[in-house]
Design a protein around this ligand. Structure first.
Ligand code: NAD
Length: 685
């Protein structure tokens, strides 16, 4: 698009309305910046105009920068030049905001002399979530209005705040229920002859303790990432430097960070998330409308799924086999909403409306009203097949039928019905009302519109739906299993659980694998291992430490001991003697002379295993895009977002060396470690 098409001008009497028209989000692309420069110049030099309004066309103001430009050389005019032109044009400029004013869009608004917004507008400077800091004055303008501590919380926390809150912080002049452009034009007219530049204001004085607290909170919440720290320093400097020195420093840091590996990784995840929600073109179909969802099983997952569906404004029929379990499930949902109200995160009338959409029942006939059924009963094929036989009997013709199984064969479940084409997997993660990831599992008979309905539901629940093939563990659990096995090999080879956990946390994993195992309970894995024992091939390396722990009553946190010991619920830093004996005994039985493993080795072995398994499942068609694997690992398994996911990580390595390293590793891991062709991870980069 050229500059003239992206930015147009129109006279409303003596007010010049400058419209940014760059769908879908009116990003501050080069053509927009050029158009704005030309428009500001025309406005400044045309004596018919006394004031101007900047507004966005379509559904939003400027919701951010054009992220595709980030990895490329900067082209002028850059946004700070546009901002300087607005500040120096000599006549008042008002920003008319609707939708979102984020990042560069909000900086543009802050450069204006006043801001009017409609009530649904959100504003913020979330640049740190892309590994950069605001680069067009955000770190200098925001503290001049809200103070240093508040600016730290907003910028370092990548907060998006409502118009109401922004008005209370003096970031907006008016919030209107009427037409925002009309209100902005009226205000611009009233401001004739006045400039109110934030750059000329002083930073309000604040006690150092407040700033210190905000900084500590921000660093902790922001995992001490470089962009968070740099943003904090830039904001603090606003109180001591002149605006021009502060802007120069901010810009220098912005330019440096935008080319960093971390920013590149975060942009990769941003694009991967956007792509993963799209079905491949051969599966494109119109989703089936869903307004009522029947959730079967009111346990941990069923209640989380019910809350998520209620939050999206749909009706939920919660169906159980057991009256007491149904009551417990219903109580959990209601307690959730009561807690939200008590914490002032939800208004009481909203909570009541959500609760009113929950219909708990023991009667299968009630399922007839559902457009979509989600089964979340025990993870047992026979139980699920029995449940699907009943679903087939009671669900209306054309309803979409989903299973929330973590590992089981979706086709075997679908075959229990007379309509396998209507069946798919919807694999939610725990807690289902919090976790954003949703694996949409394609059975061999699943119709495209059924899959499209799963993807559409995911988006409506504000989740990240990712298509997965129907293989044991789908994408996420399949890779996690391989990773867990490798971590167990390392225990047998010489590491202790705390070594493995600490090294992987140091890499950035949200938790170590043994702490995770203790949290979810070792008995679940134990049961699964017992079920698989008969099918285990002789050459496959099998570590039985977990089995021995379970036999000794170490079932994890819930029994006060697993890989770790828990005192008053607190994990002890090292494994106790009994556990060490079990581990040493396992090494001895395999004839291994235990050798300590350093952190780099532990991280490398874990990552190589993840990458190999990712390539294997790509080769088998379980994932349709390599980058989907990154979305799954980042959102479902605590893989550090700033490392971009395992596929991004692999692409940063030397491919030949990586292949050789994986070969070497495979030789230590027995027949179970099947070498993959890594080339599938490097296609379509
Ligand atoms: P849970 O034991 O907490 O709940 C299961 C519920 O299903 C129980 O309330 C039980 O009474 C009910 N139920 C059993 N048979 C039924 C039947 N025939 N009809 C109606 N209700 C019946 O289990 P959960 O942890 O919620 O797991 C449910 C499913 O979700 C499993 O397939 C599991 O693999 C999957 N899953 C679990 C997690 C997790 O972290 N817990 C994560 C993802 C997926």
């Amino acid at each position: 698009m050229d500059a003239a098409a992206c930015v147009h001008m129109e006279a409303r009497g003596d007010v010049c309305v400058i419209t940014i028209d760059n769908p879908p989000i009116n990003a501050t692309s080069l053509a927009v910046r050029q158009g704005l420069m030309a428009a500001i110049f025309d406005f400044k030099t045309n004596s018919d105009f006394q004031a101007a309004v900047i507004v966005g066309a379509g559904s939003t103001f400027v919701a951010g920068a054009d992220i595709r430009e980030f990895g490329k050389p900067m082209q002028e005019p850059i946004l700070p030049e546009v901002i300087r032109a607005i500040e120096d044009c000599g006549k008042p400029v008002v920003a008319a905001l609707h939708g979102a004013a984020l990042g560069g869009g909000f900086e543009l608004a802050l450069a204006c002399d006043a801001r009017v917004a409609d009530a649904k507008t959100v504003v913020g400077l979330p640049e740190v979530s892309l590994g950069i800091i605001p680069g067009a004055g955000g770190t200098q303008m925001l503290p001049r209005r809200v103070g240093v501590s508040r600016a730290i919380r907003m910028i370092c926390g990548a907060q998006r705040i409502s118009a109401k809150e922004a008005k209370s912080l003096n970031l907006l002049d008016e919030v209107v229920a009427s037409d925002v452009l009309d209100a902005a034009v009226a205000l611009a007219r009233r401001m004739q002859g006045k400039k109110c530049r934030i750059r000329d204001e002083a930073v309000p004085a604040e006690g150092p303790a407040l700033i210190q607290q905000a900084a500590e909170d921000a660093m902790r919440a922001g995992k001490r990432r470089p962009a968070v720290e740099a943003a904090m320093e830039a904001i603090k400097s606003a109180a001591v430097l002149s605006i021009d020195d502060g802007l120069a420093d901010e810009r220098a840091v912005f330019l440096q960070l935008r080319l960093s590996r971390e920013a590149y990784a975060l942009r990769h995840v941003f694009f991967a998330e956007r792509d993963s929600a799209k079905l491949p073109s051969e599966l494109s179909a119109t989703p089936i409308p869903v307004e009522t969802v029947c959730v079967i099983g009111a346990g941990t997952m069923g209640t989380g799924i019910a809350i998520s569906v209620l939050d999206a404004g749909m009706q939920v029929i919660l169906l159980e086999q057991d009256a007491a379990a149904l009551q417990r499930g219903q109580d959990r949902v209601i307690a959730h909403y009561r807690d939200r109200v008590a914490a002032q995160k939800m208004k009481a009338d909203v909570a009541q409306a959500r609760e009113a959409c929950l219909h708990s029942t023991l009667d299968w006939a009630d399922m007839a009203k559902a457009d979509l059924v989600i089964e979340a009963v025990f993870e047992d094929l026979a139980v699920k097949q029995e449940v699907f036989k009943k679903i087939d009997q009671f669900a209306r013709a054309g309803a979409v039928l989903a299973t929330n199984t973590s590992y089981l064969d979706v086709d075997a479940i679908a075959q229990a019905t007379s309509r396998p084409q209507d069946v798919l997997g919807l694999h939610f993660f725990s807690p289902a009302n919090v976790m954003k990831l949703l694996e949409v599992v394609r059975g061999k008979d699943s119709r495209p519109d059924v899959l499209a309905t799963g993807m559409a539901l995911g988006k409506r629940l504000r989740k990240l739906p990712v298509l997965a093939g129907n293989h044991f563990g789908f994408i996420g659990n399949r890779i996690y299993n391989a990773y867990r096995n490798q971590c167990e090999f390392m225990l047998e080879d010489g590491a202790w659980p705390e070594d493995v956990d600490a090294s992987l946390k140091q890499f950035g994993m949200a938790m170590g694998p043994f702490a995770v195992a203790d949290l979810s309970g070792l008995d679940i894995a134990w049961r699964m291992r017992q079920a698989q024992a008969a099918s285990r091939a002789p050459g496959v390396r099998y570590v039985d430490i977990l089995d021995r722990l379970c036999e000794a009553g170490h079932l994890g946190r819930k029994t006060g001991a697993g890989y770790y010991t828990y005192v008053d619920g607190k994990q002890q830093p090292t494994t106790d003697e009994a556990v060490r004996h079990i581990i040493e005994d396992a090494s001895q039985r395999r004839g291994i002379q235990r050798q300590p493993l350093n952190s780099a080795t532990i991280q490398r072995r874990a990552l190589l295993t993840i990458v190999n398994e990712a390539a294997r499942l790509m080769g088998e068609g379980v994932a349709s895009r390599a980058t989907d694997i990154d979305v799954v690992l980042v959102h479902g398994y605590g893989f550090p977002r700033w490392e971009g996911g395992p596929v991004f990580w692999a692409r940063q390595q030397n491919r030949e060396a990586l292949t050789q390293e994986i070969k070497d590793l495979a030789s230590q891991c027995g027949d179970g470690f099947v070498l993959a062709d890594l080339s599938v991870l490097f296609e379509d980069q």
